[in-house]
Design a protein around this ligand. Structure first.
Ligand SMILES: [Fe+2]
Length: 226
């Protein structure tokens, strides 16, 4: 993706979060120069991979396959300082913009519709230990006090305020319907480098063409800009 595409998506997300009274921590507004200057005194940001994140999953069509995220908090197992066992994100899914089928090896996550349109999910169980869909067994998805039971490949819609619990091993894909959706995530520790199993070839982080300066750094930029 070009940096000149990413910057406007960050601006749009900030506007939407503000309009929905979801306020981000001060480091969400840091420029790359401020990051360079301040990051040594805020080591948790880089260590725990907090901050902006945006991906086209390596497919080059952000509006079809993509997701914007901001990680607000995250822990690292057995870390002497940052061992909190939980994570929180806020995300933005545009209309019909898909997060492709994936499951998590360790992480249980609650996905919450924080406002906008309907968020649609597709579910499959996985074949244990493989990146393969189990197309024959029904899927059980807890949410808001009940358990939804769906056939393999079944769809579930959640409106503003509703949530689902996605357990490890359950393939899930999601997208916003008719209107963009602000999505919350409350989960166990998040490790995007080793915990995501995608169905088919995907890149979790985009390749970025630097055609203009970044508005804000993405978590994937921290290594190059410090
Ligand atoms: Fe997920």
């Amino acid at each position: 993706m070009k940096r000149s595409e990413i910057n406007p998506y960050l601006r749009e997300a900030k506007e939407r979060f503000n309009r929905n009274a979801f306020y981000l921590p001060p480091f969400a507004e840091w420029s790359p120069e401020q990051y360079r200057e301040l990051a040594p005194d805020f080591p948790e940001i880089r260590t725990c991979q907090l901050g902006w994140d945006l991906t086209d999953f390596g497919r080059g069509k952000y509006h079809e396959d993509g997701l914007l995220l901001f990680t607000l908090r995250n822990g690292i197992l057995h870390h002497p300082v940052y061992s909190k066992p939980y994570a929180e994100k806020i995300m933005l899914s545009l209309v019909n913009q898909k997060t492709p089928l994936h499951y998590h090896l360790q992480k249980t996550e609650d996905i919450i519709n924080r406002g906008g349109g309907c968020l649609v999910f597709e579910f499959f169980n996985s074949i244990p230990g493989m990146a393969e869909l189990d197309c024959s067994t029904p899927v059980e998805v807890p949410g808001d006090g009940t358990v939804h039971r769906l056939p393999a490949g079944g769809h579930l819609r959640i409106g503003p305020g509703e949530s689902l619990t996605l357990k490890p091993g359950v393939f899930h894909s999601f997208w916003a319907e008719k209107e963009a959706v602000i999505i919350g995530e409350v989960s166990a520790i998040n490790d995007d480098h080793s915990d995501n199993i995608f169905f088919g070839e995907q890149r979790r982080f985009p390749l970025i063409e630097e055609d203009e300066p970044p508005l804000h750094l993405l978590v994937g930029d921290y290594n190059h800009f410090s």
